[in-house]
Design a protein around this ligand. Structure first.
Ligand SMILES: Cc1cc2nc3c(=O)[nH]c(=O)nc-3n(C[C@H](O)[C@H](O)[C@H](O)COP(=O)(O)O)c2cc1C
Length: 349
């Protein structure tokens, strides 16, 4: 099925996939349920969350929150929907997703296409009627292209979704919305996070608040981000989004397309940034490692670099819908072979 979808252009294949998932046309995998895969975060606080397994679906696959239920049936331990913008938005002109098959990579310049927060809210509310307690739902929020004061859109996102999410992700790292990544600058980030925290207080809700960052940051920028997120009481970081860099190793004809690169060629860069952030945060806040994960070894490398949880998207395009299930089975086999009692043992000291 995965191979057949590759006969369609990537965006059509994606729409087709979402339709199939929505209609229950997908495999279901028995849940790999074992305490060694459980990850408990924010322990002993009112934000405590138990993740049944550490493999999550990264943002961007289910932008309108249409299929979280199906994604849990595929074996993901958590699902992050979005990025959701307040108003509906068509995104950039097509074509805007490119498969770099030789590189097991994708370049996208979608530009936050989506139905907007009202549509996503309706879908999430419907999902919550059936949601099991151990199905962790992350909601990733962003801004519309034409919004001048970015913070206003994130505040809207919080007021709409703060009460519905197991965690909220503030996405300031997609490369396809002009000026978005500038929100990672120290002053802008501080002001943005203060506005977001103020709205959470106003709504009297306290979901864990995560910030998702880019891989294209220098040492000063990383240090600045870490300083701000620690001083603004952010609960975690998602490291990383897609890269605007193009490694020399790329083979595909599409390598020069504009947009964010994801998949295998992002693995090393995103893992390096992850480790740097882990060192700078001194392990005080949990990190979600994302970028190029396609198997258990790569997931383990992310844990060793400092991630408590891992997410993936691009490898599902190449390896199919059983990927989360497979990685979890292999992680369990690894725990068995190495006598690991909990994956948290691997998170580098
Ligand atoms: C087609 C596509 C769309 C994406 N859209 C979003 C998005 O809306 N918001 C976001 O935070 N990340 C988005 N991402 C980035 C992923 O969440 C992830 O950070 C990145 O792809 C690296 O992981 P991967 O190598 O496993 O794909 C998108 C990625 C792809 C491939």
């Amino acid at each position: 099925m995965t191979k057949l979808l590759h006969f369609l252009n990537p965006e059509m294949a994606h729409s087709f996939g979402i339709k199939a998932l929505k209609n229950g046309i997908h495999p279901c995998y028995p849940s790999v349920d074992d305490a060694r895969l459980h990850v408990k975060l924010w322990q002993g606080t009112k934000k405590e969350r138990l993740f049944k397994n550490p493999i999550g679906l990264a943002a961007g696959f289910d932008k309108n929150a249409e299929v979280p239920r199906a994604m849990f049936k595929l074996g993901f331990g958590f699902v992050e929907v979005g990025t959701i913008t307040p108003k509906p938005q068509v995104g950039n002109p097509k074509p805007r997703i490119f498969r770099l098959s030789e590189d097991k990579a994708v370049i996208n310049r979608l530009g936050f296409n989506g139905g907007g927060s009202a549509v996503a809210h309706e879908n999430i509310t419907e999902f919550l009627r059936y949601k099991k307690q151990d199905q962790m739902l992350g909601i990733n929020i962003g801004k519309n292209k034409d919004t001048k004061k970015a913070a206003d859109d994130y505040v809207k996102g919080i007021s709409m979704f703060g009460a519905l999410a197991d965690y909220i992700t503030v996405n300031i790292s997609s490369p396809n919305t002009k000026g978005l990544r500038d929100l990672q600058q120290k002053k802008d980030l501080g002001a943005l996070l203060q506005a977001v925290q103020k709205e959470l207080k106003k709504q009297k809700v306290s979901p864990p608040l995560l910030v998702k960052i880019a891989p294209d940051l220098n040492e000063t920028e990383i240090t600045d981000i870490v300083d701000v997120v620690m001083s603004e009481s952010v609960d975690g970081l998602i490291v990383t989004n897609t890269t605007i860099s193009r490694p020399d190793s790329l083979q595909s004809n599409h390598a020069a397309e504009m947009g964010g690169l994801s998949g295998q060629p992002l693995f090393d860069l995103s893992t390096k940034i992850l480790n740097r952030v882990h060192v700078l945060t001194e392990g005080k806040i949990p990190l979600v490692g994302v970028g190029g994960v396609s198997n258990a070894q790569q997931a383990i490398a992310k844990f060793r670099a400092g991630a408590s949880l891992v997410q993936l998207y691009t490898s599902m395009i190449y390896e199919g819908p059983g990927i989360a299930h497979r990685i979890n089975k292999d992680l369990l086999a690894f725990c068995e072979a190495e006598g690991v009692k909990s994956l948290s043992e691997l998170v580098s000291a």
